[in-house]
Design a protein around this ligand. Structure first.
Ligand code: SAH
Length: 393
């Protein structure tokens, strides 16, 4: 077993059970991509078993802090079974579930979503890449399923020196799937959709939005960055008479329109707009439009804290325009899924947007990702999705 020795003082985060060690913290030692290594402090004290990543800024990812634990097939089986046991107890109103959420579930770099009878996995680190076959077999054994599609095409793989990989890893067949979320039917294609095909993390916020649209009697709803229209279906279910989905992806919008029909809503209540949100918000303002409710769920503007400043300007701009487009008493459901923008900074950005728009509002709620995307005490980076629900004054 190869040993990696850390610089003096650099053992602190591992002692707090944070699973990452950055390049600059390593004093000496080398290994192959994904190889399991023993990590020791400058004094030679055992810290963790980890996977080595020679090309990444995150040089080591901890597998286990238990010196007695062996990193073998049984180890992966234990981690996977523990994650499934937690999911079995969580309130999840869907047959589509995030079964495994990386660091929070104890395997850094492994994401697994279940869509009915199909698993979709992302192997995003050299460690998970090296153990891929074992992980795939353990996932199928633990779930009793036979199909696993790989979507290791996220850009973070490049940082690990890994090429993108997609396709059936186990089993085969149709990649189009229809899931049930709350009382709704939603479709996706695991081969073509974003990430693993669908944004499961917004599940509970869609339900909340449907309830709010109904409670406040919202009629006109603007769903920005709609993807396949999850929040649009929610708005229609809440009784909205006019819903506009805006996205720059034509296939996503086609699916959004299909979802309106699939859920039995009249096509005339929904409009799909293939356009840039920034431009659309400006155009709508110029045209004198206003809305009872607006959703802003943009892509990750700041993947890391280094991008936070530019991202802050982009978030502020869309939130300013969104607040201006809202009727008094209207609802803004605004999100950031940037790991580099924490909840406090996001709140500040939205406050700045309100100042610039000359608009104040009540913060009715602060929300996060659905509970099958857990956050843990030791890994604050896990808190990526933040949302504010604002009632305009
Ligand atoms: N709210 C969605 C998820 C949004 S993901 C849901 O509930 O499922 C972000 C979306 O923003 C993607 O669909 C992407 O195509 C879209 N997008 C990214 N940049 C955009 C832009 N400048 N204008 C319009 N849409 C954009």
């Amino acid at each position: 077993m190869k040993v990696i020795r850390l610089r003096a003082g650099k053992e602190r985060s591992l002692l707090r059970r944070h699973p990452w060690v950055f390049q600059g913290s390593v004093e000496k030692g080398k290994a192959d991509p994904g190889e399991t290594v023993r990590v020791e402090s400058a004094q030679g004290q055992f810290l963790c078993w980890a996977s080595f990543s020679p090309n990444s800024m995150i040089r080591l990812r901890a597998w286990s802090f238990d010196e007695q634990e062996r990193i073998d097939a049984a180890f992966f089986q234990r981690r996977i079974e523990a994650a499934l046991a937690v999911r079995a107890r969580l309130p999840i109103a869907s047959d589509a579930v995030r079964l495994f959420h990386g660091e929070a579930d104890g395997l850094p770099g492994l994401i697994v979503d279940r869509y009915r009878d199909t698993l979709v996995a992302q192997f995003l680190s050299t460690g998970t890449e090296r153990w891929k076959a074992v992980i795939a077999d353990q996932l199928l054994a633990a779930t009793g399923l036979s199909r696993l599609y790989e979507r290791s095409d996220a850009s973070v793989r490049t940082l690990e020196g890994l090429a993108p990989v997609t396709g059936w890893l186990r089993g085969e067949g149709e990649t189009a799937i229809t899931i049930a979320e709350h009382a709704w039917q939603l479709s996706l294609d695991v081969a073509e959709g974003h990430k693993t095909g669908y944004y499961l993390d917004q599940r509970d916020n869609r339900k909340k939005f449907a309830e709010l649209v109904r409670h406040y009697g919202c009629q006109s709803v603007l769903n920005c960055y709609s993807y396949t229209g999850g929040f649009s279906v929610a708005a229609l279910a809440g009784g909205a008479s006019e819903v506009i989905s805006v996205d720059s992806s034509a296939p996503a919008l086609a699916r959004a329109s299909a979802h309106v029909a699939l859920n039995g809503f009249e096509a005339g209540r929904h409009q799909a707009l293939d356009a840039d949100v920034n431009q659309t918000l400006r155009d709508l303002l110029k045209a004198g439009r206003s809305f009872d409710a607006i959703v802003l769920d943009p892509p990750k503007f700041a993947p890391t804290a280094a991008h936070a400043e530019r991202a802050a300007r982009a978030y502020k701009d869309i939130n300013r325009l969104g607040l201006m487009l809202l009727k008094p008493g209207g609802l803004l459901f605004t999100f950031s899924c940037s790991g580099g923008v924490g909840p406090e900074l996001f709140h500040k950005i939205v406050a700045g947007a309100g100042m610039d728009a000359g608009v104040d509002g009540f913060i009715l709620d602060r929300v996060g990702a659905a509970p099958d995307h857990p956050q843990t005490i030791c890994f604050p980076e896990g808190e990526y999705l933040k949302g504010l629900l604002i009632l305009k004054r």
